[in-house]
Structures are given as structure tokens and as C-alpha cells.
Design a protein around this ligand. Structure first.
Ligand SMILES: Cc1cc2nc3c(=O)[nH]c(=O)nc-3n(C[C@H](O)[C@H](O)[C@H](O)COP(=O)(O)OP(=O)(O)OC[C@H]3O[C@@H](n4cnc5c(N)ncnc54)[C@H](O)[C@@H]3O)c2cc1C
Length: 383
């Protein structure tokens, strides 16, 4: 058993860290307060291969694995969770759905520009009435000659306003329930397809979370992604990989919060000594560091399994996502506590980690749903 990262993986970590600290860190609060989508860094993310990490070179990708993908998301999120989230939704949801289920023509047309970072991707499953119960999708797609006509609305789509390509799920045969949901590839500018309300959020404010609306949107039949009726089951498989990225996102923010708390504890003096000299603070830091390390092991174990080509890694990615996101919430909470009153003030990074990490226990399946998934796997209740 070897826990060491390869030389190349360590190099990747150093380059992403350097980029995040040099080109993201100086703008984090400005982007957060203005809810500014950082379009200016997208070309550089593309150049670094971070918008196509897990895809083969023939489709414009960096031809790396989930371990490298988790390293990239961890390092970006250590500095800004919003950037981690933008990259995660683009890679492991939109692009990966096309990679896993697309035909050759779709991969050439859509995956290649996404993986090269020339275009931005979004993935729309959630609807106002269908969140955890995504099988309750109401958006419809009706056949009309060589087109499908989509009607309905999605909610909470990451990158929704900025996406050039969006993979969306719609009901093609209501009688078949979740087996009657299909996936479609939509392009910005298709008549009847537009982003709706941009959400004003607690955290992850530099990432975009939007409604996506379909009104008599005519989608050519060649834009159906995968077989008819395979969209929902396909989505579950896509979420297996997606959850590794949300786990890495949580891990990065937890690491950032741990470092911020450690730095502050060494600087802040009370009762004539740095607060890091108090055992109460030392124990908090020790617990935070131990939990972060345990989360890291689960995240990279799930990434390693995904890379090993095992058929399913559902249980491991759910465990990593559940544990890392809950750890991140606890660590960010303690980070605020260690900062005392300054933890509540925007001059320090603690409050932002505290606001941002909460998303990780909700997005791509809440903690309750992760427990459901893990329990189903344990009890053999899977098909
Ligand atoms: C910032 C952000 C970005 C997002 N990005 C995307 C995206 O890009 N694409 C996309 O499709 N979606 C996205 N989502 C949606 C996200 O995946 C959903 O919010 C999430 O799955 C929960 O669905 P819901 O909000 O409808 O909550 P609900 O399903 O209504 O859940 C409410 C509560 O009930 C609990 N609950 C529900 N069912 C059960 C059950 N069976 N057992 C126990 N408890 C249960 C939940 O755990 C939760 O605590 C995003 C959400 C946010 C906030």
C-alpha cells in the first residue's frame, strides 16, 4: 500500500497552488461580495488543463485521472471554494456526462471545446419540485419529427448563466418513471433555451447558480445523450464521480480553514501569550487536523478506486463526500471560533470558509441522501 503522490502529482499540486495563491487569492473577497463570476481566470484554467482533467487527449483533455482531478479541486478550493465548484460542475457533471454517454460525433463537437476550456459547461438535473427525488423530474421532451421539444424549468444549475453547453434531463416517457427520463445536450442560443433567475447565495457567491428555462425549445434528435430513457440512471453514475469532486472541494476548504486558524492562533495574543499556547486551542487544532487528514484519505481512496477502472465506486465516493463535507463544516466552525470576534469579520478568511463549506453537505446529494446511498450499498439493495 502506497500513500505517496507521484512526482508529477506533486508538481501538479504545486502549480495549481501557485496559480490559486497568485491569481485567485487577491480577488477572493471582491468576487464574493460582488457575486462576480471570475470569467477572467477561465482561459488560464483551460491552459492549465484544469477544464478537461479527466478526459483523453484526443478530446482535448489533460488525460489525467481522478487523483489529479481531486488534487486540482482541493488546491483551488483551499483558496476559493467558488472556483472549485465552477471547475467541478464543468468537468465531472457536464463534460463527463458527454464523455461517458456521448457518441463519437457528440464528443468531437461538444466535449473537445469543453475539455480545452474554450467553452463552459453546466448540468441540469434539479428542479423546483425534484431535488433529492430527482426521479420526479417534470421537464418534458416530446418528439416532433427529427426534433425533441423541451418544456419546463431547472433550478440551482451551477454555471447556468455562463454555460455554452448544458446537459439537461427531461421526461420522454412518463409511464416509465425514472426509466423514462432522457439526457439532452443544449447549446447557448438555441431558441427557447435560456437561463432564468440568478440565485443570491449564502456562500460560493462567485460561482453562478441559476434557473434554466425551456420554452418550446427544439432540440435536434442527434442531441439526445445516451439512449432514450437512460438519462436518470446515467445521472446516478455521473454523480458517483461528481461526489469525489465535491469531497475534494470540501477537503480543500477544510484545509484552508485549518491553515487560517493555525496562523491566527500563533499571532493572536491574549493574557500575555499567543492563544496557540492554550491547551483548549491546541486541542481544537489537533482535532481539526486529524479530521482533515481522515477526510483526505477517504477522498483519495475514492479517487484511486475511480482510476482503477472498478465498475462502481458509489459507496466510496458517497462516504468521501459525506465525511469530507461534514468535517469541513466542523473545521470551518472551529476556525471562526479560534478567530473569536474577528472570525465574524470580513477582514479574515474564516467567515467565508464558514459560509462556503455548507454547500458541500447539500450539493450533489445532501448528507442524508449520502447515508441512504451508503446504507443501500451495505444492505445490498442495489440493482
Ligand atoms: C449552490 C448550489 C449548486 C447546485 N448545483 C447544481 C447543479 O449544477 N445541477 C443540479 O442539477 N443541481 C444542483 N444543485 C442542487 C442540489 O443538488 C440540490 O439542492 C440537492 O440535491 C437537494 O435538493 P433540494 O434542494 O431540492 O432539497 P430537498 O430534496 O427538498 O431536501 C430537503 C431536506 O430533506 C431531506 N430529504 C429529502 N429526501 C430525503 C429522504 N429520502 N430521506 C431523508 N431526508 C431526505 C434532505 O436531505 C434535506 O435535508 C445545486 C444546489 C446548490 C445550493
Amino acid at each position: 500500500m502506497d500513500f505517496a503522490f507521484t512526482e508529477e502529482q506533486q508538481h501538479l499540486r504545486r502549480s495549481v497552488r501557485e496559480f490559486a495563491e497568485g491569481e485567485i487569492a487577491p480577488h477572493v473577497m471582491e468576487w464574493d461580495e460582488a457575486s462576480h463570476f471570475p470569467m477572467e481566470i477561465m482561459p488560464k484554467l483551460g491552459e492549465m488543463g484544469l477544464l478537461g482533467v479527466i478526459f483523453p487527449e484526443e478530446y482535448g483533455g489533460a488525460d489525467l485521472g481522478y487523483i489529479e482531478y481531486a488534487i486540482a479541486i482541493e488546491e483551488l478550493s483551499r483558496v476559493d471554494g467558488s472556483v472549485g465548484l465552477i471547475v467541478a460542475a464543468h468537468n465531472s457533471l457536464c463534460s463527463n456526462h458527454i464523455f461517458k454517454f456521448g457518441n463519437e460525433a457528440q464528443k468531437k463537437k461538444y466535449l473537445a471545446p469543453l475539455a480545452q476550456g474554450k467553452q463552459i459547461g453546466a448540468w441540469s438535473l434539479t428542479e423546483p419540485e425534484a431535488g433529492s427525488d430527482a426521479g420526479g423530474t417534470r421537464t418534458t421532451a416530446k418528439r416532433d419529427g427529427k426534433n425533441w421539444v423541451l418544456n419546463g424549468a431547472k433550478t440551482f444549475t451551477t454555471n447556468g448563466h455562463y454555460a455554452d453547453v448544458c446537459v439537461a434531463m427531461a421526461v420522454t416517457d412518463k409511464s416509465k418513471n425514472s426509466h423514462g427520463i432522457s439526457a439532452f445536450i443544449l447549446e447557448k442560443g438555441m431558441p427557447g433555451f435560456k437561463p432564468g433567475k440568478k440565485e443570491n447565495k449564502l456562500g460560493m457567491r462567485a460561482s453562478d447558480t441559476s434557473e434554466v428555462i425551456f420554452s418550446d425549445c427544439r432540440v435536434p434528435e442527434e442531441n439526445m445523450l445516451g439512449a432514450e430513457g437512460e438519462g436518470f440512471i446515467g445521472s446516478l453514475k455521473i454523480l458517483d464521480g461528481g461526489r469525489i469532486s465535491i469531497a475534494a472541494l470540501a477537503l480543500g476548504m477544510a484545509q484552508g480553514a485549518l491553515e487560517a486558524a493555525t496562523k491566527y492562533a500563533k499571532q493572536r495574543k491574549q493574557f500575555g501569550q499567543p492563544i496557540s499556547e492554550f491547551q483548549a486551542i491546541q486541542f481544537k487544532l489537533a482535532d481539526m487536523a486529524t479530521q482533515v487528514e481522515a477526510a483526505r484519505l477517504l477522498v483519495y481512496q475514492a479517487a484511486w478506486l475511480a482510476d482503477s477502472g472498478n465498475a462502481r465506486f458509489t459507496r466510496e465516493s458517497s462516504m468521501a463526500k459525506l465525511f469530507a463535507s461534514e468535517v469541513a463544516v466542523r473545521v470551518a466552525n472551529e476556525c471562526v471560533q479560534i478567530h473569536g470576534g474577528y472570525g465574524f469579520i470580513k477582514d479574515y478568511p474564516a467567515e467565508k470558509y464558514y459560509r462556503d463549506v455548507k454547500l458541500c453537505t447539500i450539493g450533489e446529494g445532501t448528507s442524508e441522501i449520502q447515508r441512504l446511498v451508503i446504507a443501500r450499498q451495505l444492505l445490498g439493495k442495489t440493482k
